[in-house]
Design a binder for this molecule. Structure first.
Ligand SMILES: Cc1cc2nc3c(=O)[nH]c(=O)nc-3n(C[C@H](O)[C@H](O)[C@H](O)COP(=O)(O)OP(=O)(O)OC[C@H]3O[C@@H](n4cnc5c(N)ncnc54)[C@H](O)[C@@H]3O)c2cc1C
Ligand code: SF4
Length: 511
C-alpha cells in the first residue's frame, strides 16, 4: 500500500485538542497528522522540567488518541530539530498540501510555513479561545483607543450569555470583586487538588527530559508526577475543582498562606493552554454549579471573569500590540534579574515562598505572580524582557501570548498603561494584610528604613519618587502620590538611600 497521502495536518504541542480546526473536514483515509518533538526547540530557553514533561507527554497521549480514533499519525519522538523529521515525512508521504491551526506565538505560523519548501499550507482559525478578533477590535473607537478588560468582559458575557438573565446579570451586578479577596484566617483549611499519577508513557517522557535537560530547574520522577496528560484526567481534575473548591474560590482568591500552593484556585491553566480543556466548557460548568446552588455567585462570577474576561483579553491585547509590545519599557527599567530568581536564595520570606512554589511545581497562584514576584520586579526596576523570559521559562502554563501582556503589561506597566491604568505597586502593608509571610520574615514589614526594614517599603516609595513625572497626573494614583509628596524631603532622601542600599544588596546577592 502506498504511503502517499495528499494532506498533512501539522499539530504542535499546545494544540492537542480534537477541536483543532485543522483536523475538521479532513478525510482520515487521505490525511496524515504530523507531530514532532524537537529537543533543540526546548533547549532554546531554560524551561522548567515539569513544563517539558507535561507538553511532551500530552503530545504523545494525544497522538495515541488520534490513532485510536482512526487517524494516521507520523509522530517523531525525541528528535534533535524539526527540519530532519519534516524532511523524512515529506519524502515518505509526498503531501500536496498542509493544514495547520494558527500558532499562538507571534510570527511562528509564518516561520513554520517557510520550512515547507513551497507546499501550500491552509491556516485555520484558533479554536482554544471564545472571542473573535472582531469582538475586540470593534470596541476600539479610534485605532489608538484603549479597551479595558471590564468593557471587553461585559461584551463576552453578552456574547456567551453566561450568568445572564435576559440582558441582566445574575444578582444585578456584573462584577462581585468587592465580596471576594479576604485574607485567610488561621483556622482556614484548603483542600488539596486531585492528582493524576504517571503512566508508562509519562514515565518514558520523564526519563527523556531528565536525559536531555538535566541542568534545567525542577525535579521530575515517575513516583511524584501528579498532573493530567489526557483530556479524560484533566476533566476529572476540573470536576474536583468544581465539586470541592469553586464555592470558596472568590473569598480567598487573593489570600496567601505559607505552604499552600493551590489554595482554592483551579490549577487548570496549563491544561487549557495545551488544549486538554476548553475555557467555555469550564465557564459553563461553573455557571451550572451556581444554578444548582452548590457555589456562591461571587465565586462563580469571579472564576468566569478570569476565563472569559482576563484570559481572552490578554490573548486579544497580544495580537493587537505585537510585535513591538514585547520590547516596551516605558518606565525605563534596566536592572538585571537577581540570581535568587533562579536559586530561591533570599532573605525576603515572601519571595522565598513564591520562588519555592515555582521551583517545585512550575506554578504559583495569581497573587504570588502579581503581588510578590511581579511587584518586586516592578519596584526593583528589573528589565522587562528578562522578567518576561524568566516567567515564560519557569511557569507550566507559560507561552509568549500570555506572558507578554501579563508581564510587560499588567505586572511591569512597561506598556505605558494599556493593560492597567495604574501599576500594581504595593508596599509590605499589602503583603502583611493578605498573607502570613511577614510573621516568619527576618525583615519588619512596619519599618521603612534601618537594617531590619522590609525592602518592599523603601523600594515602593523609591518607585513612586523615581516615576513621579509619569504618574503625577494619573487620577487613579492621586492618593499614592499625595502620600509621597506629604513626606518631608529629608525623609524621602533617607528612604531613597535605603532603597539604593537594597538594590546594591540585590546585585551583590545579599538581599
Ligand atoms: C506575572 C504573571 C504571569 C502569568 N503567566 C501566566 C501564564 O504563563 N499562563 C497563564 O495561563 N496565565 C498566566 N497568568 C495569569 C494567571 O496568573 C494564571 O492563569 C493563573 O494563576 C493560573 O492558575 P489557575 O489555573 O489556578 O487559575 P485560577 O485562579 O483558577 O483562574 C482561572 C483561569 O483564568 C485564566 N486566567 C486568569 N487570569 C488570567 C490572566 N491574567 N491571563 C490569562 N489567563 C488568565 C486561567 O486560564 C486560569 O486557569 C500570569 C499572571 C501574571 C500576573
Ligand atoms: S517583611 Fe517584607 S520581605 Fe518579609 S515577608 Fe513581609 S513583605 Fe516580604
Amino acid at each position: 500500500m502506498s504511503e502517499h497521502r495528499p494532506t498533512t495536518v501539522w499539530i504542535t504541542g499546545d494544540q492537542c485538542t480534537l477541536l483543532n480546526s485543522a483536523l475538521q473536514g479532513c478525510d482520515k483515509s487521505r490525511t496524515v497528522v504530523l507531530m514532532i518533538e524537537s529537543i533543540a526547540r526546548a533547549q532554546q530557553r531554560p524551561y522548567h522540567k515539569r513544563k517539558l514533561v507535561l507538553i511532551y507527554s500530552v503530545m504523545r497521549h494525544f497522538a495515541a488518541e488520534l490513532k485510536k480514533s482512526g487517524w494516521t499519525v507520523d509522530y517523531y519522538p525525541e528528535r534533535k530539530t524539526f527540519e530532519e523529521p519534516l524532511k523524512e515525512h515529506l519524502s515518505k508521504r509526498k503531501p500536496k498540501k498542509f493544514r495547520m491551526m494558527e500558532q499562538s506565538e507571534y510570527g511562528v505560523t509564518e516561520r513554520m510555513i517557510k520550512t515547507l519548501g513551497g507546499i501550500p499550507c491552509e491556516v485555520t482559525q484558533h479554536t482554544q479561545f471564545i472571542s473573535s478578533a472582531d469582538d475586540f477590535e470593534s470596541l476600539h473607537k479610534t485605532p489608538d483607543s484603549r479597551i479595558t478588560m471590564e468593557t471587553f468582559y461585559h461584551k463576552m458575557r453578552v456574547k456567551t450569555g453566561l450568568l445572564l438573565d435576559g440582558k441582566e446579570p445574575f444578582g444585578g451586578s456584573w462584577n462581585y470583586d468587592k465580596e471576594n479577596r479576604q485574607p485567610a484566617s488561621k483556622s482556614q483549611k484548603f483542600l488539596k487538588p486531585l492528582e493524576s499519577p504517571a503512566d508508562e508513557m509519562t514515565g518514558d517522557v520523564i526519563d527523556m527530559v531528565n536525559r536531555h535537560f538535566a541542568d534545567h530547574i525542577g525535579i521530575v520522577s515517575k513516583d511524584t508526577w501528579n498532573l493530567a496528560v489526557t483530556r479524560e484526567d484533566a476533566l476529572k481534575e476540573a470536576a474536583d475543582f468544581f465539586d470541592n473548591r469553586l464555592d470558596m474560590f472568590g473569598p480567598y482568591q487573593d489570600a496567601m498562606v505559607t505552604g499552600e500552593v493551590s489554595m482554592n484556585h483551579s490549577m487548570l491553566s496549563a491544561y487549557i493552554n495545551v488544549g486538554l480543556l476548553h475555557p467555555l466548557e469550564l465557564a459553563r460548568e461553573a455557571e451550572s454549579r451556581y444554578l444548582a446552588g452548590t457555589a456562591r455567585l461571587a465565586s462563580v462570577e469571579g472564576y468566569v471573569r478570569q476565563l472569559i474576561g482576563w484570559r481572552e483579553y490578554i490573548w486579544r491585547v497580544y495580537w493587537r500590540l505585537m510585535p513591538e509590545y514585547r520590547q516596551r519599557n516605558s518606565l525605563n527599567a534596566k536592572n538585571d534579574l537577581p540570581e535568587f530568581f533562579w536559586t530561591g536564595d533570599t532573605g525576603m520570606n515572601c519571595m522565598r515562598e513564591a520562588l519555592s512554589h515555582v521551583r517545585e511545581f512550575a506554578y504559583s497562584h495569581h497573587i504570588l505572580r502579581l503581588m510578590i514576584l511581579g511587584n518586586f520586579s516592578l519596584l526593583a526596576a528589573l528589565e522587562p524582557l528578562a522578567v518576561n523570559d524568566w516567567f515564560w521559562a519557569m511557569y507550566i502554563d507559560g507561552y509568549d501570548w500570555v506572558m507578554v501582556p501579563n508581564v510587560i503589561g499588567m505586572v511591569l506597566h512597561a506598556d505605558g498603561g494599556y493593560v492597567g491604568t495604574k501599576p500594581y505597586a504595593a508596599s509590605a502593608n499589602y503583603i502583611n494584610k493578605m498573607s502570613d509571610y511577614c510573621k516568619k520574615c527576618k525583615y519588619d514589614p512596619k519599618l521603612v528604613v534601618g537594617k531590619d526594614a522590609c525592602p518592599f517599603n523603601s523600594l515602593y516609595w523609591d518607585f513612586l519618587a523615581r516615576n513621579y513625572a509619569k504618574f503625577e497626573n494619573n487620577h487613579r494614583m492621586i492618593m499614592m502620590m499625595r502620600n509621597l509628596t506629604n513626606k518631608p524631603e529629608e525623609q524621602i532622601k533617607e528612604i531613597r538611600e535605603q532603597a539604593k542600599k537594597y538594590l546594591d544588596a540585590m546585585r551583590n546577592g545579599n538581599l
